[in-house]
Design a protein around this ligand. Structure first.
Ligand SMILES: Cc1cc2nc3c(=O)[nH]c(=O)nc-3n(C[C@H](O)[C@H](O)[C@H](O)COP(=O)(O)OP(=O)(O)OC[C@H]3O[C@@H](n4cnc5c(N)ncnc54)[C@H](O)[C@@H]3O)c2cc1C
Length: 421
């Protein structure tokens, strides 16, 4: 089944054109090749077979670039499309319909988030050294903030320290879930700048201003302990990393010391909306699969589609998708007016969309029966992805607290909430 994507009457020609051309590549080049594009390496697989897969990926990327659809999240001066958030949201719901398509359009987390903060906070030298290779694909990166012994949902609790010694930072700390850690050439590491330890003085490990520091992974003392196994898999690229007396130049600080928390919020704010845009495309796909199955599968002498339980699942999923989609578009529109203005809505979609996504995929799996949980269909991966999203980039509870804080603050000032703005 291909995605049914037609011009949206209320959108301008430019965005409609981007959507239609994106759908053409998704429908013609990516969806029909999904099982080949992302197949795990099989035992005994011939080298030439793997080369053919890499060539196919390169071919599609080339097509995307020629169509002017590469890196929608980046400004034009860095080889991207220079899209605002709203246009990006409309494009992304189309490209995310196909499994793994974002990477073929140049948007790969955590690289894309790191690219965005390097664009915003990087010096010219840092951009030349780290950003450009990240964009042209000759380098990989990770974002290293969460720590096993401190709650990630309270980033101010982190204790990884960076002590200034001459022209260097000396970093010590313990992180985990640093995604893309196996392949990364550098990490952006969230640290606290602290004074060197003095004899007899006990320093509060949670004191000191925060800063993000670029750390090449080949630096002595960057020790990758393991790729943490997730969802029953033995290993993943979400890495546990120990930083043991890691020495990098102070010029590797990304932004000013003390700006680390703000830079992380900028990165995560944009990242959260990208996650939601991706979820919409995936929900759309799960919905198509659910309806197609219901329309053809016979049970108890009739089509599944004729059973009211099935109709309920279809209707509930339609409502989930359309509310999640319109809410995400509303948040994207607000981000274009300023990240601060959009913070309540970003948190709201970060809670709402992954749970709607979970519900839709859950229903699609149910309607497909055993096939729904099989490796033959992509639904199991979507289900795990949707569930994981309720934790990654800030768990639901933290976002709900922020929504309530912003709303209550407004009412305390004597204003009500303006849902139109
Ligand atoms: C697949 C995956 C990839 C990730 N990639 C990265 C990455 O690349 N880089 C990185 O730095 N991190 C990454 N993370 C980590 C992620 O950002 C953290 O897991 C997240 O911020 C939560 O932190 P925590 O796991 O320490 O949970 P904790 O902070 O220990 O929270 C545990 C639970 O407590 C509950 N909770 C928290 N606060 C409250 C509250 N105030 N009231 C009530 N309940 C509350 C929530 O349910 C939460 O899930 C990734 C995580 C996953 C799962």
């Amino acid at each position: 089944m291909v995605m049914n994507c037609k011009p949206v009457p209320t959108l301008d020609d430019r965005i409609n054109d981007i959507r239609l051309r994106t759908a053409e590549i998704v429908n013609n080049d990516i969806v029909p090749n999904e099982s080949r594009l992302w197949a795990e390496r099989r035992e005994g697989e011939k080298f030439t077979d793997r080369t053919a897969v890499l060539e196919l990926r390169a071919e599609i990327k080339d097509k995307v670039k020629k169509a002017g659809l590469w890196a929608p999240h980046l400004p034009k001066e860095y080889g991207g499309m220079g899209l605002d958030f709203l246009a990006h949201a409309y494009m992304n719901e189309v490209l995310a319909y196909a499994i793994g398509a974002a990477s073929l359009f140049g948007v790969v987390a955590p690289n894309s988030g790191n690219q965005s903060i390097l664009v915003k906070y990087g010096t010219e030298d840092q951009k030349q050294r780290w950003l450009l290779p990240l964009i042209d694909g000759t380098m990989e990166s990770g974002f290293s903030m969460t720590e096993p012994h401190n709650p990630g949902s309270d980033p101010r609790s982190l204790t990884t320290s960076a002590v200034v010694d001459g022209d260097d930072f000396v970093i010590n700390g313990h992180k985990w879930f640093t995604s893309n850690g196996i392949d990364a050439d550098f990490f952006i590491v969230m640290c606290r700048v602290q004074d060197p330890p003095k004899e007899g003085v006990v320093l509060d490990p949670r004191s000191g201003p925060m800063v993000q520091i670029i750390v090449p992974t080949a630096t002595k003392g960057v020790n990758i302990v393991r790729g943490i196994g997730v969802w029953g898999r033995r290993e993943s690229d979400h890495c546990e990393v120990k930083y043991e007396n890691v020495r990098v130049p102070v010029t590797n600080a990304l932004g000013r010391v003390g700006e680390g928390h703000q830079a992380a919020q900028d990165r995560l704010g944009a990242g959260r909306i990208f996650h939601c845009m991706n979820s919409i495309g995936q929900m759309w796909r799960a919905f198509d699969m659910m309806v197609a199955r219901a329309a053809t599968r016979e049970v108890h002498g009739g089509l599944l589609a004729d059973q009211q339980f099935t109709q309920g699942a279809i209707a509930d999923s339609y409502i989930d998708i359309q509310t999640a989609r319109l809410f995400t578009i509303h948040a994207a529109e607000k981000i274009d007016q300023g990240l601060q203005a959009a913070r309540t809505d970003i948190s709201a979609i970060k809670v709402y969309v992954p749970s709607a996504y979970t519900r839709v995929v859950d229903r699609a799996i149910q309607i497909w029966g055993a096939a729904g949980v099989s490796n033959d269909l992509p639904l199991w991966g979507m289900y795990q992805g949707a569930r994981t999203l309720r934790i990654a980039d800030g768990p639901d509870e933290v976002h709900k607290i922020l929504i309530a804080k912003n709303v209550l603050g407004q009412y305390r000032k004597g204003d009500g909430w303006d849902f139109g703005n």
